[in-house]
Design a binder for this molecule. Structure first.
Ligand code: ADP
Length: 480
């Protein structure tokens, strides 16, 4: 079997099984079974001009190769083009996009540096899997350096409609770089359709029945691979006796019978302000919930160097104070807003002991919290998932209570419905949701992608010989 090389912006900490998310675990499994290599940034920054060789570490058969980033690269590639242009844009938030000179150059520079640093580690028959929006052009950079291996790309976040993407600087170049990959994977049908539309409109493209897309004079395969979680492991974590005991203690201290839980990175895509407003509206419309329901919102700090994240934090602090001031009493804090990272096993138990999982992103590639909430439920007395129709997860989790995250009143009504849902109905919904997330877990996702990559027709320029690679300089479409 070919060796697997995973490339992502950051390399997960493979030594910490409790803190590693499902993605890290699934990729580690795949890497371990093939004796693979994981390449990416180590999370550190160094002064510009510093040259530090990549650090090589070996953990149970997996080699990680990591490198620091210069402060300038961090500013321009990471905070800049990745998180202040691509992230908001691909989440349909043109209003939050900040273009600055240097961002795009920095993005191109770091992708080129990644390619330079990676190439010496590659073997001719490796399979290379590149992850996410930070690294769109990495495949093209590798091809420029003569790499002929199979290379796949998976986009973990949404792919916005072409009308929005058209506002990005050099958007055609960006999309065209994806044609250096043999396979491009998306989370949902919506994302896949947006991509198809983009290449039709801007690249004179078309897609055949098996997902081979031709555009910009090049060809690649596209398909949809909705990511899952490590369902069994999360379920086991939710029922660990130590975790249960810890949370039971805390549950005794907070009076209310029912708990609504929200868990997110503190990101403007997560719809947090309207989520808090919906809870306030629930208390207004249905006062019987006062003193009997608490909403716990855990929001982990993230990307604090990006201005828009400071704004959303201030808004939430103001809102949570206003809600508690208005509805709270000596013996009841309606909203518990926690701005902190929480250990995964504690989260799992908290999910299991909450009557409602409230997941209301304005736009989300998938949303794994929705799946984790389902995995953590006790099938005999399960809670109810209230889920935004704009989370990728809503394409499969049809038995959740689906809401429009922009409609505060509708969300309040849905919370009431969830809090009052009869046991039988909760059990039926849970059974169906659980069957879905068991079948389509992160291990299946990883296998499906790698199988499809192994089988995908090699990306070529139309008309060129099948054995030709886009790595041949003569075959590269303009601009790659
Ligand atoms: P995103 O990738 O945009 O952050 P997802 O819902 O897909 O959103 O994945 C988030 C992951 O991070 C989940 O595994 C979730 O459990 C974890 N997570 C989110 N918030 C916290 C927190 N406050 N503490 C610990 N883990 C968190």
């Amino acid at each position: 079997m070919s060796r697997l090389v995973v490339v992502s912006n950051r390399v997960a900490d493979l030594t910490d099984p409790v803190q590693s998310g499902g993605l890290a675990v699934a990729l580690r499994d795949a890497l371990e079974s093939r004796g693979g290599l994981w390449f990416g940034w180590d999370g550190n920054t160094v002064p510009s001009g510093t040259r530090i060789p990549p650090k090589i570490t070996k953990i149970s058969g997996v080699t990680t190769v990591t490198l620091p980033m210069t402060q300038r690269d961090y500013r321009e590639y990471y905070v800049g083009f990745s998180n202040s242009v691509l992230w908001p844009m691909l989440h349909y938030r043109l209003d939050l996009v900040k273009f600055k000179s240097g961002y795009l150059k920095g993005y191109k520079r770091v992708n080129s540096k990644f390619a330079d640093a990676l190439v010496p580690f590659l073997k001719p028959d490796d399979i290379i899997w590149v992850h996410d929006f930070h690294l769109f052009p990495l495949g093209a950079e590798l091809r420029k350096r003569g790499c002929r291996q199979r290379i796949g790309f998976f986009l973990h976040i949404p792919f916005c409609p072409p009308e929005i993407l058209a506002a990005a600087p050099e958007n055609e170049w960006l999309v065209r770089t994806l044609f250096a990959y043999d396979l491009v994977g998306f989370q949902t049908i919506t994302d896949l359709e947006n991509f198809r539309r983009y290449v039709e409109v801007h690249g004179g493209g078309s897609t055949d029945d098996v997902g081979v897309t031709s555009a910009f004079g090049a060809r690649t395969s596209i398909a949809c691979f909705p990511i899952g979680i490590d369902t069994e492991a999360f379920q086991a974590m939710a029922s660990s006796p130590e975790g249960q005991a810890r949370v039971r203690q805390f549950r005794k201290r907070i009076l209310p019978r029912q708990l609504i839980i929200g868990v997110d990175r503190l990101d403007y895509t997560k719809g947090l302000p309207d989520r808090l407003r919906a809870f306030a509206r629930l208390l207004e419309l249905y006062p019987e919930n006062r003193k009997t329901v608490t909403f716990m919102q855990i929001a982990a700090p993230t990307r604090e160097d990006v201005v828009a994240y400071g704004d959303i934090r201030a808004e939430l602090e103001q809102l949570s104070g206003a809600i508690n001031g208005r509805f709270g009493d000596f013996d009841w804090t309606p909203l518990r807003y926690i701005h902190r990272h929480v250990p995964r096993d504690t989260l799992a138990v908290l999910f299991g002991q909450s009557q409602v999982g409230f997941v209301s992103p304005l736009r989300d590639g998938m949303n794994l919290v929705a799946k984790e909430y389902v995995a953590a439920q006790d099938s005999r007395n399960p809670g109810v998932l209230v889920l935004s129709k704009f989370a990728g997860a809503a394409e499969a989790l049809k038995e959740a209570v689906i809401v429009n995250p922009y409609d505060v009143d509708e969300m309040a009504e849905s919370l009431q419905k969830a809090l009052r849902m009869p046991l039988k109905q909760r059990q039926q919904r849970q059974k169906a949701l659980m069957a879905t997330i068991r079948k389509h877990d992160v291990h299946e996702w990883q296998q499906n992608f790698l199988n499809a990559l192994a089988k995908a027709p090699i990306a070529t320029e139309p008309g060129s010989h099948e054995t030709g690679r886009m790595g041949d300089p003569a075959l590269l479409p303009d601009g790659l």
